[in-house]
Design a binder for this molecule. Structure first.
Ligand SMILES: [Zn+2]
Length: 349
């Protein structure tokens, strides 16, 4: 089968399309999914570059955000049929340890991200456990490919751990990016007072064009002052920070007493200085989210279906154009999500 296989870490030319990659045999409880679209995430860049400190083994097929059509149903699968369109939860775990039994797969010692620790969606097919997929309608498939990692992470941080309610004021950093936009959508959907922070006027315009009605603050030296003005000097209840080192201090500062920090990314580095008085005096809670659990995934898929608010797809590339897609993502020339088209929907019986 056709797949983009990463044989060694490095720059973009390390992404190569192979025509004869083969899958392991289908196991009990698994299905074979013919992949239609695969969304890109920053994880894909980290995997390619190999510089995160994670133990990553190669060769590897990248790609965590997968939408496809079931082509074969293995033994022990009763709730899915050939031809069903599915969205794949991008994590796997042992299924037997105490954390797995409690539905906290991301805390399992065997937790692995599809397209990062194990083979993913830059590929014609994937074999995946039936319990890992959610059926979706056969429409807007390319937009669904922008959902899994961003939305499950935002949901885990804001809703599951952050206990988001309509009475909260929520700040979202990088609100025009994949994860930021997901968080903004979720927060607005809950009826919370939502403040998106963006880096430019263009990104502010983008959010307005997408129908976002909440507050927007364009990053400047006046950031804290603007947040104070928007909250009657009280600060905010929840901050979703996926930027890391660069924004950590600001995030702690803008939280009100009893505030919660939903922390889910270290894009700008991981060596931040913490003024511990903020945590002590304001009794802050800091929650880390390394993606989200299967139950978060099922909930957020239902939330998107009910709210009919899918992510914005900036551009769809063919699988063969994977290097161009990585180039754009690396240079941050996009707004919204980038998606690879793997197989035409019409070809699937
Ligand atoms: Zn486990």
């Amino acid at each position: 089968m056709k797949a983009v296989v990463l044989n060694s870490h490095g720059p973009i030319d390390h992404l190569n399309v192979s025509q004869d990659y083969s899958l392991d045999d289908l196991k009990y409880g698994e299905i074979r999914v013919k992949i239609n679209y695969c969304g890109l995430n920053h994880l894909d860049l980290w995997l390619r570059r190999g510089g995160t400190g994670d133990k990553l083994s190669l060769p590897r097929i990248p790609g965590s955000d997968i939408v496809g059509t079931i082509e074969y149903v293995g033994e022990g699968v009763f709730n899915l049929s050939i031809g069903d369109t599915v969205l794949i939860y991008p994590g796997t775990s042992c299924g037997e340890c105490d954390e797995c039994k409690k539905g906290r797969e991301t805390l399992c010692r065997e937790f692995k991200i599809i397209g990062y620790h194990i083979d993913g969606g830059y590929s014609d097919y994937i074999h995946v456990a039936a319990k890992n997929v959610v059926k979706i309608e056969k429409q807007n498939l390319e937009a669904w490919a922008g959902v899994p990692v961003s939305y499950v992470t935002a949901w885990n941080g804001l809703v599951t751990k952050g206990s988001l309610t309509m009475f909260d004021t929520v700040v979202v950093w990088g609100a025009a990016g994949g994860l930021g936009y997901a968080a903004l959508t979720i927060s607005e959907g809950f009826g919370a007072k939502t403040i998106g922070i963006v880096g430019s006027k263009e990104k502010e315009r983008f959010l307005r064009e997408r129908g976002y009605k909440g507050h927007i603050v364009v990053r400047s030296d006046n950031l804290q002052k603007e947040i104070r003005e928007l909250t009657n000097n009280s600060g905010v209840d929840i901050v979703l920070d996926h930027v890391g080192q660069e924004t950590w201090k600001e995030s702690l500062k803008m939280l009100k007493r009893g505030g919660r920090l939903a922390f889910c990314g270290v894009t700008t580095g991981h060596q931040a200085v913490t003024d511990l008085r903020y945590i002590l005096g304001k009794q802050l809670a800091i929650h880390g989210s390394w993606m989200g659990d299967l139950n978060d995934f099922k909930e957020v898929v239902q939330f998107i279906e009910v709210n009919e608010n899918l992510p914005y797809i900036w551009k769809v590339y063919n699988l063969e154009e994977v290097r161009d897609a990585h180039q754009v993502m690396e240079e941050q020339r996009h707004v919204g999500k980038i998606v690879l088209k793997v197989n035409e929907e019409e070809q699937i019986q």
